[in-house]
Design a protein around this ligand. Structure first.
Ligand SMILES: Cc1cc2nc3c(=O)[nH]c(=O)nc-3n(C[C@H](O)[C@H](O)[C@H](O)COP(=O)(O)O)c2cc1C
Length: 276
């Protein structure tokens, strides 16, 4: 999993939409408090939800929750609505005009630019007696404490690949084996799924491009101790479109299996192309 961010602005500026539930029954709200880091050897996110929120009921009931980041300039009205009205009183999904995007676990929206899927590990109420007086007075005059939910990050979908803006969603991973490839899977805004495997070692570089399906996209990076599993899955289930190598002891070469490879994978930096 790959994520580049300024950790202190991530929640405060990002205003993610916290969503919990299944496709028939879920709720979401805007949040701006949260933390990311490492706990129990896992990549984790903590969010803080007051007991009074309708979303709180779903956070208690469900095993997974998601954080969905939209472009704040474009979706300011939606974020304000999700952060001021309750799902108890209105159909929030209808009001935002968003479209549900089901993940293997959890719910997000096709309109977003980043999705983080978390498996709930832990919940605890923030103990008001253990807080500094000025915090208690400022935030908890009327009670309604925050519950802290810690979730293990199990999936990150991001629309930025190599820092270029696009409206596709990507997941990337470096594998954990000594010689496993970096992998990237992409869901394009036209609904096609493609993948890149890229390996660079002392001997040179090797790239493979594939067409894949939604199942492979969904499964990529979700394996426990991923190692070669995502790479293997893409190689086994994907349809190879292109392969290129630039190895130290031989001439660079490319093998085209489908001439549409560069249209299908226009998001990738394709090895062997002159503009590189
Ligand atoms: C920018 C912003 C950040 C917010 N952050 C939080 C938060 O971190 N935790 C929380 O409990 N409520 C937070 N809220 C308030 C909830 O989003 C708001 O109460 C919402 O209406 C709850 O909706 P629900 O009842 O449908 O769950 C925030 C609101 C805004 C506008």
């Amino acid at each position: 999993m790959d994520l580049k961010t300024d950790i202190f602005e991530f929640f405060d500026e990002g205003w993610p939409i916290l969503t919990a539930g299944n496709k028939d029954n879920f709720n979401m709200m805007t949040i701006s408090w949260g933390e990311m880091g490492t706990l129990w050897g896992k990549p984790v996110v903590s969010v803080f939800v007051r007991e009074s929120r309708y979303t709180h009921e779903f956070m208690d009931k469900e095993d997974y929750f998601t954080l969905s980041f939209v472009n704040r300039m474009w979706y300011n009205e939606q974020l304000k609505l999700l952060g001021s009205k309750s799902g108890r009183d209105m159909d929030k999904l209808k009001e935002t005009g968003f479209t549900v995007f089901e993940r293997p676990h959890g719910i997000s929206f096709t309109d977003v630019r980043m999705i983080i899927v978390c498996r709930k590990l832990f919940k605890q109420q923030l103990d008001m007696d253990a807080m500094p007086e000025e915090i208690r007075t400022k935030f908890y005059k009327n009670g309604d404490p925050h519950d802290m939910y810690i979730g293990e990050v199990v999936e990150i979908l991001n629309d930025t690949y190599k820092d270029e803006r696009s409206s596709n969603l990507y997941k990337t991973g470096i594998g954990t084996g000594d010689s496993s490839s970096r992998w990237t899977v992409c869901m394009s805004n036209t609904g096609t799924y493609t993948a890149e495997l890229y390996f660079m070692g002392a001997g040179g570089a090797h790239q493979w491009l594939y067409e894949i399906d939604k199942d492979v996209f969904d499964q990529a990076g979700t394996f426990e101790n991923d190692d070669y599993k995502t790479e293997k899955l893409i190689k086994e289930k994907g349809r190879r479109l292109y392969e290129a190598a630039d190895e130290r002891d031989s001439q660079a070469w490319q093998a085209v299996a489908d001439t549409d490879y560069d249209t299908l994978c226009s998001w990738a930096h394709i090895m062997g192309h002159k503009e590189q």
